[in-house]
Structures are given as structure tokens and as C-alpha cells.
Design a protein around this ligand. Structure first.
Ligand code: URA
Length: 236
């Protein structure tokens, strides 16, 4: 498919879109050996050999990002009131137009995957694939060994829905980790409400085989490594 040259350069990971325009105007980019100076010129990278200072460009279609989402930010591409996870994207990723794969509540922190690969996003979210998600939570109320069994069997939410088996781990009197295999609206909070407790803090730690990078501060983003991406694809 033909795309604007400045977007293609930005998608090669060597420059942001505005830097790409400068490289193009600076005569650093060639298409089939000829210098191109118009950032809006369109090319199909499958058909045209694009080079930067004489070296071939590796142009990618997709980007896969791990974000440590802060509280107060919504998992959406746009919002009239609140900041979104997409507002936090560094400029170099904006031309890919990635979006959050699954949602965390506004007050939930932790691992959000962002991508523009619709097929992968669908498979991560689809209940058919049962991709596990691990959460850490602080709980008001008493969580006991009994709750482990209840969550393993499935609890009945206030709307009558019975949850799929989930694994509960007690860390201390008021801290737990929970692995769920589905993603109903407010699922973790509603599961605890169903057993008379309240989630006061929630953070997602893992999506399938991927673990939130502990070196990412709240609001920070990095690309998945090739290994992480392969690992994720191997479970979908
Ligand atoms: N469950 C919730 O209740 N909230 C989230 O953000 C994610 C899972």
C-alpha cells in the first residue's frame, strides 16, 4: 500500500515525523536511487527501495508498546475530559496510531499494551483465547483462604454473571494477587464486591506471558522486545 514518505520514514524508527520531513528536505532519502524532497510523496515500500544516506530502511507496519499506566488517565484514544493513554505516547509512535489493547479503569495503574496490530489485539482480548491477566490489589475487608476456593469455583456478580475460575494469592492481610482469564467491566472490583470486600488500589502486573517492566516509571512506555512479542504470539 502507498503511504506518505514522511510517515514511512517515521515508521522506520529513525526519526519522528517532523524530523523525517527535515531528512527528506535535506535530500537524505532516495527512492529507487533517486532523491525525493517532497515529504507528501507516496510510495509502497514493498515496491520501491527506500534508502537513508545510502542504507536501506527497515519500514514496519506495526508497533507493540508496554505502558505503565498511571491513575487518572483513561484507556482510550480520545476523551473530551481526561488525558488518555494515547496522549502519553512519545511522538515517534504517533504515526502508527496505536490504541490500548483492552482497558484498565481510570483509577487502575499498571500494564497496558498498545498496538496498531488489530489481529493481535483481537486475539489478546478475545475470551476464546483465555489470556491470563495478573493483578495486584489492596483490599478493604477480610480476605481469607476461603476466598481462594470461591474465586476458583467462580463468583456470582451483582448482575448474575458467574465468573470463570480465577486464582487468588494472599500476600498479607490486605494485599492480594489475582489471575483472571476474562475481562468483564470492572471485573476485579466486582469480584471482590461479590464477596463483601472492596478494592482500594489496583495494578495490572502481567498480560499472558508478559511481565510489566519494573524499570518503567508510571506513564513511561517502551517497545516490546522481539522475544516478548514472540512469546505473546506463541500463546495466542
Ligand atoms: N478489573 C477492574 O475492576 N478494573 C480494572 O481496571 C481492571 C480489571
Amino acid at each position: 500500500m502507498k503511504k506518505r514518505l514522511d510517515n514511512l520514514i517515521a515508521n522506520a524508527g529513525i526519526a519522528t515525523r517532523s524530523e523525517a520531513k527535515k531528512l527528506i528536505r535535506g535530500k537524505r532519502i532516495t527512492a529507487d536511487g533517486k532523491v525525493v524532497t517532497d515529504p507528501a510523496a507516496k510510495f509502497d515500500p514493498e515496491e520501491t527501495k527506500l534508502e537513508f544516506d545510502g542504507s536501506p530502511l527497515r519500514i514496519r507496519d506495526y508497533v507493540y508498546l508496554m505502558m505503565n499506566k498511571p491513575a487518572g488517565v483513561v484507556c482510550a484514544t480520545e476523551d473530551n475530559v481526561f488525558s488518555t493513554v494515547c496522549d502519553l505516547l512519545p511522538e515517534e509512535y504517533q504515526s502508527f496510531a496505536p490504541y490500548p489493547v483492552g482497558r484498565l479503569d481510570k483509577d487502575t495503574e499498571g500494564f497496558v499494551l498498545l498496538s496498531n496490530d488489530g489481529d493481535l489485539a483481537h486475539r489478546v482480548i478475545s475470551p476464546k483465547h483465555h489470556v491470563p491477566k495478573r493483578y495486584y490489589a489492596k483490599i478493604e475487608g477480610t480476605v481469607t483462604e476461603q476466598h481462594k476456593e470461591l474465586f476458583q469455583k467462580g463468583v456470582t456478580l451483582e448482575d448474575g454473571y458467574v465468573t470463570m475460575p480465577a486464582q487468588l494469592f494472599l500476600l498479607s492481610a490486605d494485599e492480594i494477587e489475582l489471575i483472571i482469564y476474562e475481562g468483564k467491566f470492572h471485573q476485579v472490583k466486582r469480584m471482590f464486591e461479590a464477596v463483601g470486600c472492596k478494592v482500594t488500589y489496583l495494578k495490572r502486573l502481567e498480560i499472558g506471558p508478559l511481565v510489566l517492566d519494573k524499570t518503567l516509571a508510571l506513564g513511561e512506555i517502551r517497545e516490546l522486545s522481539d522475544q516478548e512479542l514472540e512469546l505473546l504470539k506463541s500463546v495466542l
